[in-house]
Design a protein. Structure first.
Length: 365
């Protein structure tokens, strides 16, 4: 089979041939309906520069041939042969397209590999120490049941708006590495490092089992038709890096036998704070995508290694009415069972959407 460099078509041609619906394009990124999880939004991301795809909703990911092979359940060799036959007769895929593709590879944006977790943690920790949490964002956390001390503990911050260059300079002066840290890139016109803030909102540190900040997620102030959360990233920028969120752990100061699995960083943090305040502290793992099976499996493997044997699946109560959440819950149950866990799906009054809302109701009673 040909190597990726020898493949005479790019991932955009494959997506077009498959009829994948592109909802919007941002620079070299296509946002499409995912063909693997009956997606009606635009969760599938196709990176035209790197010729890769990924859906954070269902975990599907891969390269040019994977997109076709996984959908049609064929081998990569068969996918290659079928696509060569299919696209060679496609009037849309001409020699000019091939030349354009080759040209794009020469002038393509040069992203860099992701920096190790300890490097990202150092840079992000220093960045957070330079920022504050705005009063509007603090007020929103009060409404969700957090106290001043609890808000301080979360290390949430408001996204910087106008002084990002000063922040970058300060980070470099204190010895932080920016290369390979999502969110940072070099402006080709000036040669200077920059911080790529794509939306205003609350910055949420995504911490691994060791307490290191592997990524930062932003809860957007203005969602419009986009997702409520976006990751701090510099994908598609020169010397930039693609974000890689991890399972977010809270309440794991020592090994535990039972862990609660829920949706999102903020939900896990708030649920932990409220459970502790109610005198029954629980350990929570927040997944940054309810259907992100790769992240979920990573969490389960790490929990097994610490001796955890029981999972409480505390997904949002809309699993009763949302078929996508219901399917994700069913998949999570089966994966947990297959990996040897005792599984307890947790259900509650649908008046309270999340486990954090439920615990807040106990606090208010």
């Amino acid at each position: 089979m040909a190597t990726r460099e020898d493949i005479p078509f790019d991932i955009e041609a494959v997506a077009r041939a498959m009829g994948i619906h592109v909802k919007r394009q941002v620079r070299d990124q296509l946002y499409c309906r995912c063909p693997f999880c009956d997606d009606h939004a635009a969760h599938l991301n196709i990176n035209l520069t790197k010729n890769v795809f990924r859906c954070p909703r269902c975990g599907a990911q891969g390269g040019i041939l994977d997109l076709y092979a996984k959908y049609h359940e064929v081998s990569k060799n068969q996918a290659y042969n079928e696509l060569c036959s299919l696209l060679s007769g496609d009037s849309h895929f001409s020699d000019a397209d091939a030349e354009s593709h080759a040209r794009k590879q020469i002038i393509s944006v040069e992203e860099v590999p992701l920096a190790p977790a300890n490097v990202r943690n150092n840079t992000y920790s220093n960045l957070i120490a330079m920022l504050t949490l705005g009063s509007i964002h603090k007020e929103s956390l009060y409404k969700r049941g957090l106290s001043d001390n609890q808000i301080t503990w979360t290390n949430y911050r408001t996204t910087p708006v106008v002084r990002s260059q000063k922040l970058v300079t300060a980070l470099l002066e204190c010895g932080c590495r920016l290369e390979g840290v999502p969110g940072f890139y070099i402006d080709k016109s000036t040669g200077r490092w920059e911080l790529d803030i794509r939306s205003s909102g609350i910055m949420l540190p995504d911490r691994n089992l060791n307490g290191e900040i592997e990524a930062i997620q932003v809860r957007r102030d203005h969602m419009d038709h986009h997702s409520k959360f976006i990751n701090l990233t510099s994908a598609g920028k020169y010397m930039g890096a693609t974000s890689a969120c991890c399972p977010h752990y809270v309440g794991f100061d020592e090994p535990v036998r039972m862990a609660y699995i829920t949706e999102g960083i903020m939900k896990a943090d708030i649920a932990y704070c409220l459970s502790k305040e109610l005198g029954q502290p629980r350990s929570f793992v927040g997944l940054t995508g309810v259907a992100n099976t790769n992240q979920y499996k990573r969490a389960l493997t790490e929990l097994i290694n610490m001796g955890c044997s029981r999972l409480v699946l505390a997904f949002d109560s809309d699993s009763n009415v949302n078929p996508h959440v219901a399917q994700a819950l069913k998949n999570a149950e089966q994966i947990g069972i297959d990996m040897g866990f005792d599984i307890l799906p947790l259900f509650w009054d649908p008046h309270y959407k999340g486990i954090d809302d439920l615990l807040l109701s106990f606090k208010e009673d």
